[in-house]
Design a protein around this ligand. Structure first.
Ligand code: NAP
Ligand code: MG
Length: 451
């Protein structure tokens, strides 16, 4: 069976690949299992050196990888370059980890106890199509640094950079069998990895719906699971904020990656007294977004990933929807959808409650701080969010009150290599990036030495 990979900006075929199923997933797990003893036994400085090599090669291949990602995922080339920088930086950050895997010594009766951080074994990494290699790197780097071997199953829509990565890892000196990429459907290849008795852990990023299924299936073998799932994050703008700065930043936070971002601040909550001024400022920024060819340096927003995704997104903007602001799209082929702001919108509307995963934002006014927090938390999700105000104490109060894993004050950014990333509530569990990620790719072992 073969898999056709499509370029979303042109609707043309980008690649034809063999399509893996359960058997190929089994074979990849067997390779990873075979490679595990030697990889875990490598001296820490040597494992560190190989990961540094890998970071260096990824940095050298930045342009090639960025162009491939831009074409396959339909993202602006400038964004793709930034993502490839993060991929290399993530490997550089975790390359230091093998030599910093510190344990504790605990004095106890009759002797001393010590703790070790042990690798888990074979880890399955299942990733989505929106930030293909970036999200894979958040899992690959700490998993490998901790001494695990891995099977990566990228989304079928965007497998190309994962396949390049597999080759680059070998070139960097990662032994054969340590990194295995399986390109196949979630329902067969992915599901098999989750069931497989020789897989110790599944690290998943994707929809809450599939995450639920994975957690249930992994329970059969008591697998460790980390889940990075959906979001419906709030961008809370108080009247005392720098409204021009907030309005200039808001579009990037929801139309970036054409809204196909789990951290998208897709609910813009604005203090009622500032609503008109904010909407005026926002209009200019939304209408100015340049939507077009991902490989054009001037492009700020590309197409959606697929015709199916466009249809889903369009269902949130039916005829008669309260469209307050809308940008434009190119003519011709490509899965385009214009940046769209809905206001005023009923608080029970699907567009307010559900993750859209496309370039559609809702603006909802609030009365005061308490109502802002209540609205921000009125969702099953809890991934990210922003607070805009010049009152520092209020900013911190609201940041502490919002039930989400990643918050920004006077900024809409979410991810940094050195800080933990992950969700509250139905946005998942576990943390990626920063020092916390390593905890999820290791077990603590306690050894008692009688003296
Ligand atoms: P998805 O449909 O959940 O798929 C994610 C991955 O899981 C894909 O590789 C998919 O394979 C695989 N999969 C599907 N069914 C499976 C099963 N039964 N068993 C094992 N694997 C299975 O998500 P998506 O459509 O790719 O991405 C969009 C979603 O990801 C959004 O909800 C978004 O919020 C979320 N997301 C979250 C984060 C975060 O960090 N929190 C980051 C990015 C995206 P195939 O697609 O190849 O069949
Ligand atoms: Mg999907």
């Amino acid at each position: 069976m073969s898999l056709t990979v499509v370029e979303p900006a042109t609707e043309q075929v980008l690649a034809e690949l063999p399509r893996a199923g359960a058997e190929e997933a089994d074979a990849a797990v067997a390779r990873a299992k075979g490679a595990y003893p030697a990889w875990r036994a490598i001296a820490p400085p040597d494992r560190s050196r190989v990961l540094h090599n890998l970071a260096g090669l990824l940095a050298e291949r930045r342009e090639q990888l960025a162009r491939l990602e831009a074409r396959n995922a339909g993202k602006p080339i400038g964004d793709a370059r930034g993502e490839m920088d993060m991929v290399a930086d993530t490997f550089r950050y975790y390359a230091a980890a093998p030599e910093r895997a510190l344990g504790d010594t605990i004095p106890v009766t009759g002797g001393v106890a010590m703790t070790f951080r042990e690798p888990l074994g074979v880890v399955a990494l299942i990733t989505p199509w929106n930030f293909p290699l970036t999200i894979a790197s958040w899992k690959l780097a700490p998993a490998l640094a901790a001494g695990n071997t891995v099977v990566l199953k990228p989304a079928e829509l965007t497998p190309l950079t994962a396949l390049e990565f597999e080759k680059i890892a070998l070139e960097a000196g990662i032994p054969d069998g340590v990194v295995n990429v399986v390109v196949g459907p979630g329902s067969t290849a992915g599901a098999r990895l989750v069931e497989h008795p020789d897989v110790a852990k599944v690290a998943f990023t994707g929809s809450t719906e599939v995450g639920r299924r994975i957690a249930a299936s992994a329970a059969q073998t008591i697998k460790r699971v980390t889940l990075e799932l959906g979001g419906k994050s709030a961008n809370v703008v108080f009247a005392d904020a720098d409204l021009q700065a907030a309005a200039a930043a808001a579009p990037g936070a929801v139309f970036g990656n054409a809204g196909q971002d789990c951290c998208a601040r897709s609910r813009i909550l604005v203090e009622r007294s500032a609503l008109d001024a904010f909407m005026d400022a926002l209009e200019e920024h939304v209408e100015g977004i340049r939507v077009g060819d991902p490989l054009d340096e001037a492009t700020q927003m590309g197409p959606l990933i697929s015709a199916g995704q466009r249809q889903t997104v369009a269902s949130f903007v039916p005829a008669g929807a309260p469209v307050a602001i809308q940008g434009s799209t190119p003519d011709g082929p490509g899965y385009w959808f214009p940046p769209t702001v809905l206001c005023p919108v009923d608080r029970e509307d699907r567009a307010v409650r559900e993750e859209i995963f496309g370039p559609v934002a809702v603006v909802v006014p609030f009365r005061d701080e308490a109502e802002a927090v209540a609205l921000a938390n009125d969702t099953i999700y809890g991934l990210s969010g922003s607070i805009w105000t010049r009152d520092g104490a209020k900013a911190l109060r609201v940041a502490r009150a919002i039930e989400a894993g990643v918050l920004s004050i006077n900024s809409n950014t979410s991810v940094r290599v050195s800080t933990p990333f992950g969700g509250f509530k139905q946005s998942g569990y576990g943390r990626e990036l920063g020092p916390h990620a390593l905890d999820h790719y290791t077990e603590v072992k306690s050894v008692y030495y009688a003296t």
